[in-house]
Design a protein around this ligand. Sequence first.
Ligand SMILES: [Zn+2]
Length: 140
Amino acid sequence: MIAFDLQCSKGHTFEGWFDDKEAFEDQKKNGFVTCPICDDKGVFIILSTFAIPKAQFPVKKETHRHLAVGDIGRKITEFLEKNFDDVGTEFTKEALKIHYGVSEPRNIRGISSPEEEKLLEKEGVPLLKIPLPDKIENSN
Ligand SMILES: [Zn+2]
């Protein structure tokens, strides 16, 4: 299930739960998605205020922040920085958006908590975990 923030053509906003984006499009096509305030059928998804099920997991920044950095680590870090969009703590939300076709498909990287990883796994979002430091720190 996924929660979409929806808006009708008159500007009322409300939340709707659907199996996925296709389910929303299907139900909308059949006239089942209506504004609870004015019954309008011209309902669309507002992208900016996307919500994930059971949102607000505490994000532990320590997750995936170990490993010594040698040359290979540096190269991987550089590669990721060049080729992956850093979405930081929005990682889980953004991964779900891409998975459900709400966002542009692209490579993203960011921080996730074990709870969020479980959620992504449950939703079938392909996820590659690479332990990397946030940035290359000077070692004393
Ligand atoms: Zn309305």
